[in-house]
Design a protein around this ligand. Structure first.
Ligand code: DQA
Length: 145
């Protein structure tokens, strides 16, 4: 089972970025611990990782996933709240996707309460910091197996 994990803008700065909101774990550490966690679910899970600060690159990564990946875990970061293009890309490829947020966006600024991508995902996990990614993988695996 091939899963693509996509992270959007500013998530490359995790570790030092607003640690009171996002914690102190780097994206590399999140990715490494997700690989370790995946082995506790199944040895059939193969994870690939992509991060970009550019909307179009994220759209292209989603498009290229068609035929190459069984599922997508995506933290669109700020594009969650603005990007119809990313939402459309998820719908276009017809790959099961889970939206992830480190923080509970419903408990933050009003503009963060809107997600364009969530309706095109099978579920949303938010508020559990780095564990959000693990819970997303667990849920996605359950839907795909
Ligand atoms: C985020 C929440 C977004 O509102 C924010 O723009 C981010 C990170 C999260 O993981 O909590 O960059 O997606």
């Amino acid at each position: 089972m091939k899963i693509l994990v996509i992270n959007g803008p500013n998530l490359n700065m995790l570790g030092t970025r607003e640690p009171e909101i996002y914690g102190t774990t780097t994206l590399e550490d999140i990715n490494n611990s997700l690989v370790e966690f995946s082995k506790t679910i199944s040895d059939d899970i193969e994870l690939s990782f992509f991060q970009s600060n550019f909307e179009g690159e994220i759209v292209e990564a989603i498009q290229k996933a068609k035929g190459n990946f069984d599922g997508i875990i995506i933290n669109p970061a700020a594009y969650t709240h603005t990007s119809i293009a990313i939402a459309d890309a998820i719908a276009a490829v017809d790959i099961k996707a889970v939206e992830v947020h480190l923080s509970n966006v419903q408990a933050r600024d009003d503009f963060r309460k809107i997600s364009y991508s969530a309706p095109n995902c099978i579920g949303v996990i938010q508020g559990f910091k780095t564990d959000s990614y693990k819970l997303a993988l667990l849920g996605l695996y359950g839907c795909l197996k």
